[in-house]
Design a binder for this molecule. Structure first.
Ligand SMILES: [Fe+2]
Ligand SMILES: [Fe+2]
Length: 428
């Protein structure tokens, strides 16, 4: 089994605990942010009460549901990614995916701790079910759609950690505001690790773009077939992967208008992104929020009570952050002087949940018939041919010290001050 190098790590104690998993002497710590004795419920009808240290009886079943739904995503991503070590582009990348997977496993553990500690027998049963479900299993799948999609290659992995781990961040931020203090403290801890997952994703895609641009410039080619002939991933395929991962991740936020979301908020269980930094009444009694809907062949915006639009609001906060990341990828292309624009597709493109579900919307926001949409499907989303091309580049692992696969540029620097040719993983 491969071992991680965690020596001289900046986050040494936490990471050495992760290493113990690999040693199969796993004593997983429970990771909570320290308790703030003065903390209060900061929003909803219980605003101003001391934060709850125990589960309020009337919210027991919804709280359990929230924790189970969050917990279910954690092992799902490990299941989705577990074969990728066999095709890693370098030891550096292999080390990073191990760290991501260990930490997701620990996030599951943190949620299971809450279920066991605070929810008695039904909590233990829910925890068992978390172990029984499997990503993509037709009989017993994971709860949320994006977590049943395969992650078949490293481009998909980096896209997933950029787009879908960032959904994780926003959900955790909303739960870190919870009036149920043990949940808030656990989520605060998990958030410290999510940042690294998103770094792995953003820098991974960025390095692929950089390598593609270098090869395009050196060889003066721009047609996708010529780019592919040189063994790198054409920018058009990167755009299609982006469209796919963005759209399936947008669905994770749920319906645009949701009475559940309103209930979670009103009862003080799930807040908004940066709730305590927002300057309003934190009850949203009279506030309104815009949501989109499809009327005939048009997309209209209408104002709805902000309480019911909390999913949409969290999705909008997410989109803002995603756009900034895509702009950073664009800079790599611009600096290479290549005239290509990476864009986020329209919010309604390829959606299965919310007001856009059931409609056929183009990447630029036109409402199409199903037939029209299908005729463009593989201009917008990766085709089976795209996947097999990308996977053909990743047929084996690159495990020599300091070597990187041809389709990806080396990172700017190694991990924890180590050089790029450091032995990040040992094979015993
Ligand atoms: Fe996680
Ligand atoms: Fe994550």
């Amino acid at each position: 089994m491969a071992k991680l190098d965690f020596h001289s790590s900046q986050r040494g104690r936490r990471q050495r605990r992760a290493q113990s998993l690999w040693n199969r002497r796993a004593r997983w710590g429970i990771f909570l942010q320290p308790r703030d004795e003065k903390r209060q419920v900061n929003f909803g009808i219980h605003k101003g009460q001391p934060a709850w240290q125990d589960v309020p009886g009337e919210y027991r079943s919804i709280l359990r549901r929230i924790i189970v739904t969050q917990g279910d995503t954690e092992p799902a991503s490990v299941e989705q990614q577990k074969m990728l070590g066999l095709s890693c582009p370098s030891l550096y990348d292999l080390r990073n995916i191990f760290q991501v997977n260990v930490e997701e496993g620990r996030h599951l553990w943190a949620m299971v701790y809450l279920l066991h500690r605070y929810f008695g027998r039904d909590g233990r049963e829910e925890a068992e079910s978390l172990l029984a479900r499997r990503s993509g299993d037709t009989d017993n799948p994971r709860i949320l759609g994006a977590f049943n999609e395969p992650t078949p290659d490293w481009l998909a992995f980096y896209m997933f950690t950029f787009f879908t781990d960032r959904d994780g961040k926003f959900q955790l931020c909303a739960l870190a505001e919870s009036g149920f203090d043990p949940l808030a403290r656990t989520c605060r801890f998990m958030l410290t690790e999510e940042a690294h997952h998103m770094f792995v994703g953003e820098s991974g895609v960025s390095r692929i773009i950089q390598r593609t641009c270098e090869v395009m410039k050196e060889n003066k080619v721009d047609a996708p077939s010529d780019v592919r002939a040189l063994g790198v991933i054409d920018l058009q395929t990167i755009q299609r992967y982006l469209n796919f991962h963005y759209s399936v991740t947008l669905d994770l936020y749920g319906s645009d208008v949701s009475s559940n979301a309103a209930n979670y908020y009103t009862s003080g269980l799930k807040g908004r992104f940066r709730e305590t930094k927002l300057e309003d009444d934190h009850t949203l009694r009279d506030a309104m929020y815009p949501v989109s809907e499809v009327v005939g062949d048009k997309i209209n915006t209408k104002q709805v009570p902000a309480l019911t639009a909390l999913n949409e609001r969290l999705r909008d906060d997410y989109i803002e952050e995603i756009q900034a990341g895509v702009d950073r990828w664009q800079r790599v292309i611009d600096e290479a002087g290549i005239p290509f624009r990476l864009t986020l597709p329209h919010k309604g493109f390829h959606r299965e949940i919310g007001n856009f579900a059931g409609h056929f919307i183009s990447t630029t926001g036109e409402i199409l018939t199903e037939e029209q949409w299908r005729s463009h499907e593989f201009e917008w989303l990766p085709s089976p041919k795209d996947y097999s091309y990308v996977q053909s580049l990743m047929s084996g692992r690159v495990a020599e010290l300091g070597k990187f696969a041809n389709w990806i540029a080396p990172p700017v620097k190694g991990v924890n001050g180590k050089p790029l040719d450091f032995q990040y993983v040992r094979f015993n």
